[in-house]
Design a protein around this ligand. Structure first.
Ligand SMILES: Nc1ncnc2c1ncn2[C@@H]1O[C@H](COP(=O)(O)OP(=O)(O)O)[C@@H](O)[C@H]1O
Ligand SMILES: [Mg+2]
Length: 301
């Protein structure tokens, strides 16, 4: 198996703080890998190392087969990055941003125009092409940012929290674009704080917590670790008193409630697992070990 991204034992410290702790991550060519983790987990630092902006302290990382330290220039030719701080110029229009970047990347004037038109159309920005970016919504800005990053037809695309702060519709549009990129053979590594995003997009997920990969697998594998749904039990005052894991079938919900001895279940609701639940499950795996599928969490008494 050849990997577009191949990370072994990667470690990065800032001062005494270990921000990336012996990470192993492999991403097959043409797949989408999500690095899922809360604020401060080390997601941006990881992207910065992979995109040659930050030097690791130990371990290795190869992107497109080239080492990010020894062959940084080669790596840069194959990748693009879009981050939380979009690299777009507010004063310019969408068209001007694209054309300027295309020219900077060495395209001729004619090539720049063709590529700009293609990308404006692809990202549904042709109507807004003549408007200044300062008038754009968050979703339009992210689309433009992604469009700019595709000018040079990268083989590997890094997206740092591409949908944070976006409304539902803009998120969906961006998800569609990410999926479309994969169908074109592009490898994508994205970071996110949202389980649903990782779930919708990723072939594989690495859960990052304080610099360590605490869980990895396909979305289905990760969710199986927490049980697919969670039964919430509230008392008559509406206070959450139990959270129980279930596979979501009515039979299982009944079994789970009776097995855990929840009497007089006040209000019972079922919800999908969240990132919190994945964390709860993976930290309980490494800490005090218990049966993940049947874990009961006492929330209040
Ligand atoms: N240049 C830096 N110097 C010192 N500490 C840093 C630097 N960049 C990030 N950190 C620290 O590393 C940790 C991980 O940060 P970051 O990679 O930005 O996480 P995330 O993107 O997951 O929110 C945080 O504790 C942050 O304060
Ligand atoms: Mg970040």
């Amino acid at each position: 198996m050849t990997y577009a991204i191949d990370v072994r034992g990667l470690t990065k410290k800032f001062g005494n703080q270990v921000v990336l702790d012996r990470l192993d991550v492999t991403v097959p060519t043409g797949s989408i890998h999500a690095v899922l983790g809360p604020n401060g987990a080390g997601k941006t630092t990881f992207i910065n190392v992979l995109t040659t902006l930050v030097r690791p302290d130990s371990g290795t990382a190869a992107v497109g087969g080239s080492d990010v330290v020894a062959r940084a220039a080669e790596v840069r030719r194959r990748i693009s990055v879009t981050g939380q701080n979009a690299a777009v110029d507010d004063v310019l229009t969408a068209r001007e941003n694209l054309t300027m970047m295309a020219r900077l990347l060495g395209l001729t004037r004619a090539e720049s125009r063709v590529r700009t038109d293609e990308l404006l159309e692809r990202f549904a920005l042709d109507e807004a092409a003549k408007k200044r970016v300062s008038t754009f919504s968050g979703g339009m800005r992210r689309r433009l940012d992604l469009a700019i990053s595709l000018i040079c037809r990268p083989q590997i695309v890094f997206l740092d929290e591409p949908t944070t702060g976006l409304d539902t519709r803009s998120r969906r549009t961006l998800w569609d674009e990410v999926q479309r990129l994969r169908t074109e053979g592009v490898t994508i590594l994205l970071t996110t704080q949202y389980l649903d995003e990782a779930d919708a997009l990723a072939d594989e997920i690495s859960v990052l917590d304080r610099g360590r990969v605490v869980a990895r697998g396909t979305p289905a594998q990760l969710k199986a670790q927490v049980g697919s749904d969670i039964v919430e039990v509230r008392n008559e005052r509406g206070v959450l008193v139990h959270e129980l894991h279930t596979d979501g079938t009515p039979r299982d919900v009944i079994d789970v409630l009776s097995a855990s001895g929840v009497q007089d279940a006040g209000i019972v609701t079922i919800r999908r697992p969240t990132l919190d639940d994945v964390f709860l499950a993976v930290t309980s795996e490494t800490g005090s070990r218990h049966d993940g599928a049947r874990a009961t969490r006492e929330v209040a008494s």
